[in-house]
Design a protein around this ligand. Sequence first.
Ligand SMILES: Cc1cc2nc3c(=O)[nH]c(=O)nc-3n(C[C@H](O)[C@H](O)[C@H](O)COP(=O)(O)OP(=O)(O)OC[C@H]3O[C@@H](n4cnc5c(N)ncnc54)[C@H](O)[C@@H]3O)c2cc1C
Length: 328
Amino acid sequence: MKPFTYARAVDAADAVRLSGAPDARYLGGGTNLVDLMRETIELPAALIDVTGLSSTIEERADGGLLIGAATKNTAVAEHRAVRSRYPALSRAILSGASGQIRNMATVGGNVMQRTRCAYFYDAAGSRCNKRDPGQGCDATDGFNRMHAILGTSPSCAATHASDMCVALAALDAIVHLSRASGERTLPLTDLHRLPGDRPDVETVLEPGELITAVELPALPLAKRSTYRKVRDRASYAFALVSVAAALEVRRGTVADVRLALGGVAPKPWRAWKAEEALRGQPATEESFRAAADVELAEARPLRDNGFKVELARRTITAVLSELNGARA
Ligand SMILES: Cc1cc2nc3c(=O)[nH]c(=O)nc-3n(C[C@H](O)[C@H](O)[C@H](O)COP(=O)(O)OP(=O)(O)OC[C@H]3O[C@@H](n4cnc5c(N)ncnc54)[C@H](O)[C@@H]3O)c2cc1C
């Protein structure tokens, strides 16, 4: 590991000011960043500890929530209002990593965590356009069973690893940001970029821009939301496919729906096309499968991950059927 300086930010303005140092990085729980430093994939000259920033979950009068970026993943998953009003978020977080990691990991760090593509981590032996732009990608012709089927480019097919972000994408979450020129908000679905020919640029954040909070707008149908993660073993594994969904059915017809996918794309994948195809349709397994087909029509599997198309179709159909059966 290269030497680095360490400073603990007292508030968001202090963090943004400190981030002006060359090669500075924010440090949340460190559960991803420190591993990347050990592997010499990230070599920051300065670490700005942002765990002292807001870690409260504020309940808004309209029923929405404002979650401080330093809130631990465990605290979000266990919060009474999250469990009752946004159960998909609680389930998504609890399906990720381990209890110990969730106790350390922060909301801001989870949103900004980097891919788990094995070729990205293999700095000594593999080519990776995300790690070294222009170098090439050994995943394309390599072992790509875990890789993305939607939103990929010839440069990169690495998936976004976060479970939490898939639920946030489905629940219309808004990210609150702070930078030298002021504050702004963005829908979470607009924060992460698709790789195109610059897979190293993963978000639309400016250098030094800080996540200060994640807002969950009031969303009555989110009460009936869930998250299902399909993976190789029951715990401590990243998603092959995951689905976050919320469903409102009136008199047998889909009145409203939210749907997002994980494990299949370089960013948390909001299934806008499937949602559009479903609204106003009969709430039946046939409609759910047809909507999944609309979303997956543009899937471009690699050699080893074609199974994800059928797995995603079945998981979407099963999750929506489960939510439909649960209404009463
Ligand atoms: C063994 C293992 C298994 C895992 N399994 C899963 C899993 O199944 N599902 C899953 O979703 N995740 C999984 N994870 C990933 C885990 O969720 C992340 O490591 C964690 O959420 C990162 O949070 P952190 O606070 O520790 O981030 P850090 O490691 O501190 O930071 C991560 C990145 O975010 C940036 N950052 C931190 N805070 C901010 C901020 N406020 N604003 C802007 N940028 C910021 C940092 O600069 C860094 O680039 C696993 C991790 C490990 C080690």
